[in-house]
Design a protein around this ligand. Structure first.
Ligand code: ACM
Length: 264
């Protein structure tokens, strides 16, 4: 199964431009045959909103908004599944969300559970459970950026049968790429972390530099590919999702059945 990510460098607030940049990169020969594509957190808007009002003005309804509509067109034309981070408006609330879009349109929605720093001032905390979706070749789950710090998120998805954790991100702290190796080892799943590059300082004296290093990691903790720190780029690798279904680490150790829930 061909699985990939696009590491983007979005221009804040230019939703159509940012979406079309992804569409252009997806058309490159390097991306041919990709079946599951993961895009960064808030990939169509950029990250650092000055106010709730600004955020609400750029957020979109799911379904019905421009970004999900355009992703659905692309997924239909290219027969692939896309996981993408977007700002989602739902009545008076705005969520930092990830959507799963397939050839037939919207399939899934996840609202970020663990909000990072100033996101707490802007977004409502997620209210959707961590859920696994069967997309034919694999079962996938979604979590967003800072969710990586809470091992329960990846564990829940793995216990519910996810083969691949799709992880749209806008990372600014340095720890996540290495930490995701542990998430894959302790759950024996693949993980696709799609991060962005570039910087934003839309709020005075709060500069943010995004660390890049998007990656795909195997259930054995091998980094199958890792992007650069500074460049927008797209990568695809061939994986066998079945590798995530063997939870035995030795003939006598099963990573789920050996858990001692009675002691913790
Ligand atoms: C983050 O959760 N965007 C760091």
């Amino acid at each position: 199964m061909k699985v990939g990510f696009i590491q983007t460098s979005p221009v804040f607030g230019r939703v159509e431009e940012n979406v079309e940049d992804v569409v252009r990169r997806l058309a490159s020969p390097r991306m041919r045959g990709v079946e599951l594509l993961v895009l960064p957190e808030l990939f169509s808007t950029g990250y650092q909103f000055r106010s709730r009002k600004e955020l609400s003005g750029l957020a979109e309804e799911v379904p019905g908004g421009y970004t999900v509509g355009r992703l659905a067109e692309i997924a239909g034309a290219m027969r692939l599944h896309i996981v993408a981070g977007i700002a989602e408006r739902s009545s008076r609330r705005v969520y930092n969300s990830a959507v799963l879009v397939g050839p037939g349109g919207l399939l899934g929605l996840y609202r970020k559970a663990h909000l990072f720093w100033d996101e707490k001032r802007l977004f409502s905390p997620g209210d959707t459970p961590f859920r696994v979706y069967d997309i034919g070749r694999a079962r996938i789950g979604m979590m967003i950026c800072f969710d990586w710090l809470f091992p329960e998120a990846a564990r829940r998805l793995a216990l519910d049968g996810a083969d691949i954790i799709c992880h749209p991100s806008n990372l600014v702290l340095p720890y996540c790429p290495e930490a995701m190796i542990t998430r894959t080892l302790e759950n024996r799943v693949f993980a696709v972390t799609a991060n962005r590059v570039g910087s934003e300082e839309r709020v005075k004296d709060k500069p943010l530099r995004f660390i890049g290093l998007s990656q795909i990691v195997s259930p054995r903790g091998e980094i199958l590919c890792r992007a650069s720190r500074r460049r927008a780029e797209a990568r695809v690798v061939d994986i066998d999702p079945e590798e995530a279904r063997n939870k035995r680490i030795t003939p006598k150790n099963h990573i789920f059945r050996d858990r001692r829930e009675d002691l913790y």
